[in-house]
Design a protein around this ligand. Sequence first.
Ligand code: SAM
Ligand code: SF4
Length: 491
Amino acid sequence: MSTVAEQAWRERRLAQIVAYEASEKRSNFISEEELQAVLKRKANPERLEVEEVLSKAREFHGLSPEDAAVLLNNRDTELWAEIFQAANWIKQEIYGNRIVLFAPLYISSPCVNNCTYCGFRQTNDQVAKKTLSMAELEEEVRVLTSKGHKRLIVVYSEHPASDVDFMCRTIEKIYASKNGRGEIRRVNVNAAPLTVEEYRRLKDVGIGTYQVFQETYHYDTYRRMHPLNTLKGSYLWRLFALHRAQEAGIDDVAIGALFGLYDWRFEVLGLLCHALDLEREFGVGPHTISFPRLEPALNTPLTTNSPYLVSDEDFKKAVAVLRCAVPYTGMILTCRERPHFRREAIPLGVSQVDAGSRIAVGGYAEMEQEHIPDREQFQLGDTRSLDEFIYELCQDGYLPSFCTSCYRAARTGCNFMALAKKGLVKYFCIPNAVLTFKEYLLDYAAPERRSAGEDIIRQYTEEFGRQMPQQAGRLQALLQRVAAGERDLKM
Ligand code: SAM
Ligand code: SF4
C-alpha cells in the first residue's frame, strides 16, 4: 500500500506526464505495422540477399530496418556463422579487442510503478524494499573501489525518496568518495525518464551516460506490462526520454529493450529505429545499446512463463544483428547471463560488461552472499568476482579496460562518434585501456593472476607500437610512471 505522500507525489508526476504527452511535437518513430510488414516481406531471404546485407554491414554504414530484417530472418546455419563472424570483425575494427568493465550500484528499490516483470514493483510484498542512506552508499562505494572498479551505473527505482534531488546528492557523494588509490571516475545512470530541467541538474553533477530501457517497443505489450495509471504507463514519455536528455545537453544516452516480453526480432528493429531517430534529430545515435534478458524474480511469474522467453541461440542472433546494424555504438552484456554463455556472446560484438556485480540494494556490503532473492530485482546469472572474470578475459585474449578518459576529455556525443567513424577510437581506447589495466594489476589483482594480465599488456603495447610507432614511446613512458605509483594517466 502506498502512503498519502507517495500518492500525492505520483499524482503530481502523472499530471506532468499527461501535460507532456499533449505537448510533444515529435511523432512516434515506431510504426508497428511497418515493422511487422518488413519482417513479413523479408521472411525467407535468399542466400545472396543475406550476403549483400553482410557486405554493407562490413562497410560500417549501418543497416536499415529492411536490411536488418533480412539478417534476422535468415534460416541458414552456415550463414549465421558468417553473420557472427562479421559482428566480431566490425567490433574489432572499430573498438579493437578491449572490453570495458563497470559495476551496477542499486541505490533504491521502493517503487510507485507496477511493472509485471520486476521484483521491485509496488505490489510485490515478498521483496523487501530499501533506499540506501548516505553512510550505506559510502560503504557500497568503498567495497566497489576496493575491488578496482572505476565506472558505475547507478540504478534507481521511481519514488519520491529517490527523486532528482536525491540522485544528485548520491552522485556527488560517489564522486567525492576516495579509498586510497580507489575512486569512481564515471557515474552512469539508469533511472526513470525525467523532464529536461531535471536532466540538466544531472548534467551539472557530471553524470556520464543516461540510460533508459524502453523494455518493449511493441505498444500493446507495453500496455500490458505497465498499468495505465502508473508513471511508467506512458509509452511516449519513455520513448522520448533520451531525446529530452539530449535536449538538456546529456549527449551520451543509452537505449535498451528487455528481451522476453515480445518477439525478439521485433525488439531488434525497435532498437534500430530508436538509434536511427536519435541520430536523425541530434546527429548522434545512442552511446550504448543494452539487451537485458528476462531473469527470474521472486513472486514474479511472468519472468518464467512469458511466451516470448528468448533462447540462447536466438539471443546470440539478436546481439550479432545489432552489432552489424549499429556499428559505432557500444554494446553492453550484463551479469544477467550465465558465465559460460557470456563467454560465447562477448565475441559477437560486445564492448562493455559488468563484473563482480550484486544487485540487492546494499548487496556489496554483503558481498559473500551471491544472491539475496528477497531484496533483488531479479536473479543474476554471473556472480563471479571481478578478478576471476578478468582472468577469463585475459585467457581469451581480450584487453580489460577501466578507461573513463573519453568522457572526461569531452569526447562524448558527436565528438566521440566522429572519431569512431574515422576508425580512430581504438587508438585512444587501446593505450588508455592498457594504462588503466596496469593500474588494476598493480593495485587489485590477485598475485597468482597478475602474470596473465602482464602478458596481455605486453601483447597490446607491442601491437599498438606497430600500428602507431610515433606514439609508442609515449605509452611506454606513461606505463613506467604508472609502475612508479602515478595514477589516472591517459594518452
Ligand atoms: N526504475 C527504473 C526504470 O524502470 O526505468 C530503473 C530501471 S530497473 C531498476 C533496470 C532495468 O532492469 C529495467 O529497465 C528492466 O529492463 C530490467 N529488469 C527489470 N526486471 C527484470 C527482470 N526480471 N529480469 C531482467 N531484467 C529486468
Ligand atoms: Fe519500478 Fe523500474 Fe521495477 Fe518498473 S522496472 S517496477 S519502474 S524499478
